[in-house]
Design a protein around this ligand. Structure first.
Ligand SMILES: Nc1ncnc2c1ncn2[C@@H]1O[C@H](COP(=O)(O)OP(=O)(O)OP(=O)(O)O)[C@@H](O)[C@H]1O
Length: 285
């Protein structure tokens, strides 16, 4: 029982934007959808949610064709783009409209989040700042009664405290009622601890689908004093590094367990470094 994307293709004029996309979104799973600018993430999310149509391929939910099936489409939700809302609509009207469309809206949690984020429900949507528009969309996404929720850049414009509040709210609602969330984001390290499965898209193709744990175990972060670390990592497969004063962290792919000198610490591989290396272009090397 899953949301299955099979052989999806999409072109604009003569630009191929999605190529042979195949993903099986499992129930009750937290996915991270990663990809560089222009990789095709939004296009894919729009295709899954019937906002645009694919040229080829199929999408099924629990084995039934999802496209043009209204009853099934009510089990799938994608956060809206700003221009989908009428200009003068107020925050509380947006929430009521969502309830009218999907039914079973979680008002208790919504009101709790409205207070926690200090969102004014009487303001019109157009008067909300970029961050508060994102907050309203997040509240809706966390409170609609659907099984597959897609969040496209959900934390756009949110300050660090509000991002933290969102991550905690997501964990809270997921623990109470597990369902599938697919989060498209560029803030990889921030979501690393929430996500169980990463899907990486590059140039319109899925180039990797792996659990966060598998990625983190596929290498290591070697940290310590610069000279000590650089001596230790000689000959290893370095995919990135960070420096903080005299301390360095090197990200090593395919790290072999071995005895480590005093002063060096080994921790799981940094997801961001892995992603950057995987999607690096020739000219950026
Ligand atoms: N309506 C459209 N007409 C023509 N080309 C489009 C259209 N929508 C998207 N594209 C092109 O499709 C490609 C993928 O765009 P998409 O918005 O899906 O990428 P993305 O991964 O979401 O990028 P970002 O992280 O920058 O938001 C881009 O090259 C974009 O220019």
């Amino acid at each position: 029982m899953s949301l299955a994307i099979q052989h999806i293709e999409k072109s604009y004029r003569n630009q191929q934007v999605l190529t042979d996309i195949q993903i099986d979104f499992q129930p009750e799973t937290l996915y991270g959808l990663l990809g560089r600018n222009g990789a095709g993430k939004s296009t894919l999310l729009n295709v899954i949610n019937s906002r645009i149509f694919a040229d080829k391929g199929s999408i099924t939910l629990d084995g039934e064709n999802l496209i043009e099936n209204e009853a099934l489409q009510n089990r799938v939700f994608l956060t809206s783009e700003d221009n989908l809302y009428p200009k003068s609509i107020k925050v509380n009207q947006v929430l009521k409209l969502t309830e009218a469309f999907y039914g079973g809206f979680d008002w208790v949690f919504a009101n709790h989040l409205i207070k926690a984020f200090k969102l004014n429900p009487k303001l019109s949507f157009k008067k909300l700042s970029t961050g508060y528009r994102s907050i309203l969309k997040l509240i809706i996404a966390l409170c609609v009664p659907v099984d597959y929720i897609f969040l496209d850049e959900p934390i756009l414009g949110l300050d660090a405290s509000h991002r933290d509040l969102f991550y905690r709210a997501l964990i809270e609602t997921y623990s109470e009622r597990p369902r599938t969330f697919v989060i498209s984001t560029h803030l990889i390290e921030e979501v690393a601890n929430l996500i169980s499965e990463f899907i990486i898209i590059d140039g319109g193709r899925v180039i990797e689908q792996k659990s966060a744990e598998d990625i983190q175990q596929s290498g290591a972060t070697v940290s310590g004093a610069k000279e000590l670390v650089e001596d230790f990592i000689q000959g290893m497969n370095i995919i990135g590094m960070d420096r903080l004063g005299s301390l360095v962290s090197y990200y090593i792919k395919d790290y072999q367990q071995q005895e480590v000198p005093d002063g060096i610490s080994i921790s799981p591989l940094n997801l961001q470094a892995y992603f950057v290396k995987l999607t690096q272009r020739e000219e950026e090397k």
